[in-house]
Ligand binder design. Sequence first.
Ligand SMILES: *[C@@H]1O[C@H](CO)[C@@H](O)[C@H](O)[C@H]1NC(C)=O
Ligand SMILES: *[C@@H]1O[C@H](CO)[C@@H](O)[C@H](O)[C@H]1NC(C)=O
Ligand SMILES: *[C@@H]1O[C@H](CO)[C@@H](O)[C@H](O)[C@H]1NC(C)=O
Length: 453
Amino acid sequence: MVSLRSASLARLAGFIFALEALHVYGFNPNANTNVAAYWGQNSYGNSGGTGQQQQSVGYYCQDDSVDVFPVAFVNNFFSTGGLPELDLENFLQSDIETCQSAGKILTISLGGGGANPSFSSTSQAQQFADTLWNVFLGGSSSTRPFGDAVLDGVDLDIEGGNTEYFAAFVTQLRSHFDGASKPYYITGAPQCPFPDAYLGSVINAVGFDALYVQFYNNDCAVSNYNIPGDWDFATWDNWAKTQSPNPDVKIYMGLAAAPAAADWGYVDPGTLTPIIQSTQSTYSSFGGVMFWDESQAYVNNRFDAAMKSIVTSSSSSGSGSSGYVQLHPNGDTSKCLDVESANYANGTPVDIYDCNGTGAQNWIINEGTTAVQVAGTNYCLDAGDSPENGTQMKIWECYSGLAAQTWYYTSDNRISLQNQGFCLDLTNGSSDDGNVMQIWECTDDDTNQVWTE
Ligand SMILES: *[C@@H]1O[C@H](CO)[C@@H](O)[C@H](O)[C@H]1NC(C)=O
Ligand SMILES: *[C@@H]1O[C@H](CO)[C@@H](O)[C@H](O)[C@H]1NC(C)=O
Ligand SMILES: *[C@@H]1O[C@H](CO)[C@@H](O)[C@H](O)[C@H]1NC(C)=O
């Protein structure tokens, strides 16, 4: 990645800031419509741009263009006092929670083009994972540059140094993430030549949630899309399905957001539209678009908004070929899970009703960890703050990562509230129209808890 060092080195002091979470739609790890934008390096200003310079990240969270901001960069793993050092511009701490309240996630990105990170041993790599957890994520430390704000994961943009011991580093991060009270993500930004010189062995050894493959600055760039043998998204898709320890890893198409954002390989949005949409519909690993960086995108005719429009305008997002499914109780295809009276509002009960073609019976659901979203709306199946036997089901505005909306669709067709032991349940086994659905302790062989598409 082109990473031009900023002149000002921001050493940030933390203070406490709390903001009430708003429930709005945003990042969905299973979607193929995400947009990820690197932020923090003011690539625009540092490559000679004289228009609007990089703003604080909250400025870019005012609309739906971007879902994920890797905050770039931690450029020195072991600085003063053995603590990581940040290099970023225009940072306002309160912005983290502003962006998260808008349904976006922010990860701490390690490395960049100028950094040469390395570990000298497994234990040092593990200790660094512990430090990141305590300083930026769900742990605690007297040194927290972003105060009480809790970032959503770690991104590895490693383009130098020695990546021996990095697998141990990621594994140790995962040990903190497993069982945490919210989801955390591990991503990486390899360059497109396969295998990547630095991350290649790491991504083969441990599971990543997403890779932001840089399709610029190399022959495999998207600007060479029409040259046979150059553009290699298919290679990455094949790696995802056959070699990655996490076969559900998402591959993002990494782009330069403006001509000056990369050495070469920029492609304009008009030319990109059919390329992105074809890639999205061809490869099931496609997770969305990444670009370097937001400061460039914003002044380049809102390249960020153009990318969001491209990935969301085709119909291939979500589950099923139409993007949504109906959910039937225990195989009874005459009956459907339904939003009462098609009233899309916070708190509307979710009931059972004759299947009648109403949009209130169309759901977006994925196998494994999933939201259960009413297609064409920003409402999701919601179990409330204190789930128990008999809690009635309702819809609420979708909020990424909210426990009340984080379900797990099992291979035996149960829809369970992730890690909480409750399953969507046909109340009293009755399929009468208007019967409001509930959750109940997940029970083996309970036909009230079977939901088929
Ligand atoms: C279809 O089902 C919905 C329940 O969401 C109901 O409100 C609506 O009246 C039904 N339409 C017809 C034509 O029966
Ligand atoms: C929920 O119901 C199950 C029986 O289906 C019961 O075993 C369990 O104790 C109940 N849980 C609570 C918290 O009452
Ligand atoms: C379910 O059945 C029980 C006992 O038959 C009854 O008390 C309860 O009201 C019923 N619940 C609903 C939602 O119909």
